[in-house]
Write a protein that binds this ligand. Structure first.
Ligand SMILES: Cc1cc2nc3c(=O)[nH]c(=O)nc-3n(C[C@H](O)[C@H](O)[C@H](O)COP(=O)(O)OP(=O)(O)OC[C@H]3O[C@@H](n4cnc5c(N)ncnc54)[C@H](O)[C@@H]3O)c2cc1C
Length: 403
């Protein structure tokens, strides 16, 4: 057990799957994508599939940002309850966001099916009430989601104990959820893009960006210039450095993975991911080879060295928390890690142009607990922006909601 490791699980598990060339010569393209994580990969794939000449530029090895640390539960369930989103933005827009997330899981399934071998698995999602006082709100939440066509049912304490061995006063069991190996998916997408004629560079950092009325110029740390008609900034949490205003709070999340467990031990957890109504929440899901990935204990630390020092104690705390809820499981972490993620005030992402850089620079900030689902939505949304088409979430998922 190497709990001290600051390395994330997926990168260790898969190794360096593909290396790409460095950006060494000036370049022109239709769309330059800054960032080779899951967001950059999905967006570049969407644009290239619709005829755009794309170049992806990554500062490190591709996929080694937060994508490699993600526990990759793919959920339609936003960290902010539908009830609360309704109160902020009205029922029509709030329900549209939830339904788009459900649709995005289907879209991710399609992408994964074409790529093959990225450990995409359909799951159910069990969202349990952490305390008896949360039951009423969750029941209300379940009724509202069901009214908008989301397929779910309510399980009481007895059913949770008998079906899952879970100690909780009640839960929403949703049909629509999935999991994936996010690093593998990103690398497969980038390798396929390159095979199909797109340009992908790694170890090439973009230092400056100058947006004009007809094009955008990017300058790398080696002084190489890229001129693009449009730029997508899919730089993960580093994306915030390009905008003066504070848009999100960085947080750290801690996770561990077990060795493969016998099916008799995993039982229903094989096909059901679990999370809870407390904040920060405990979350867990299985992998295709029968491991259990557990995460949570989020805190406000975003200094990597301090965060990594906590990995071991946080893993122990996570084991304890699982034991309180699922006493039949005696988990042994085989590998533990931590990663940074960002949280917006309303749990929604930012996709689109910001007034500071004009209409040719599109930001892709898939912030929040279900960032990968957001990235899939963002791919379609940003393509619509670049093609000057309307998109049903263009306002809600962009900086326009700041107004
Ligand atoms: C522990 C943990 C658990 C999580 N669990 C889930 C989950 O269960 N479900 C879920 O949906 N999401 C989850 N997330 C969030 C999810 O991982 C992120 O939303 C997603 O990985 C973001 O992908 P990205 O491509 O936007 O960012 P990243 O993966 O960080 O990629 C951005 C890339 O941009 C590059 N870059 C930055 N600046 C530059 C520059 N100037 N020039 C060139 N390249 C640059 C970086 O090197 C990086 O590789 C979790 C995150 C963490 C940390």
């Amino acid at each position: 057990m190497d709990l001290k490791s600051g390395y994330p699980f997926w990168a260790i598990r898969n190794g360096l799957m593909h290396a790409f060339p460095r950006l060494q010569q000036d370049l022109r393209c239709e769309v330059a994508v800054i960032g080779g994580g899951i967001s950059g990969a999905l967006i570049a794939d969407e644009l290239a599939a619709h005829g755009f000449q794309v170049a992806v530029i990554e500062q490190r090895d591709a996929g080694w940002g937060s994508t490699a640390a993600s526990t990759a539960l793919l959920q339609y369930e936003i960290d902010t309850h539908l009830i609360d989103l309704c109160a902020r933005y009205g029922e029509t827009l709030a329900a549209r966001a939830y339904l788009a997330c459900a649709q995005a899981i289907g879209d991710l399934r399609t992408v994964a099916r074409d790529l093959r071998d990225v450990d995409f698995r359909d799951q159910s999602s069990l969202y349990y009430a952490s305390k008896p006082a949360h039951v009423a709100v969750l029941r209300e939440e379940a009724a509202l989601r069901a009214r908008h066509g989301l397929r779910l049912r309510w399980l009481d304490a007895e059913a949770l104990a008998s079906d899952y061995g879970l100690r909780a006063p009640g839960a929403i069991l949703s049909e629509c959820a999935a999991s994936v190996d996010p690093y593998r998916m990103s690398l497969r997408l980038l390798a396929r893009l390159r095979k199909r004629g797109a340009q992908v560079f790694d170890r090439s950092r973009i230092e400056r960006m100058q947006a004009g009325s007809r094009s955008v110029e990017l300058i790398s740390s080696d002084g190489v210039r890229v001129r693009a008609e449009h730029v997508v900034v899919a730089a993960g949490y580093a994306g915030q450095q390009w905008i003066d205003r504070r848009l999100a709070r960085n947080r750290s999340s801690y996770a561990f993975v077990t060795d493969p467990l016998p099916a008799a031990e995993l039982q229903a957890l094989k096909d059901t991911m679990v999370w809870e109504s407390a904040r920060p929440y405990l979350y867990m899901r299985s992998t295709g080879d029968g491991r259990l990935v557990v995460g949570g204990c989020d805190d406000a630390i975003d200094i990597p060295a301090r965060r990594d020092r906590r990995v071991e104690s946080r893993a122990k705390k996570l084991v304890r928390k699982v034991g309180e809820r699922l006493p039949r499981l005696e988990l042994q972490p085989a590998f533990a890690w931590a990663g940074t993620f960002a949280e917006t005030a309303d749990g929604l992402p930012w996709f689109g142009p910001h007034p500071q850089h004009g209409p040719r620079v599109q930001f892709a900030m898939a912030y929040g607990g279900n960032g990968i689902t957001y990235s899939m939505i963002g791919a379609g949304l940003l393509r619509a922006r670049i093609q000057r088409r309307k998109h049903p979430l263009a306002n809600l998922f962009s900086f326009e909601r700041l107004k």
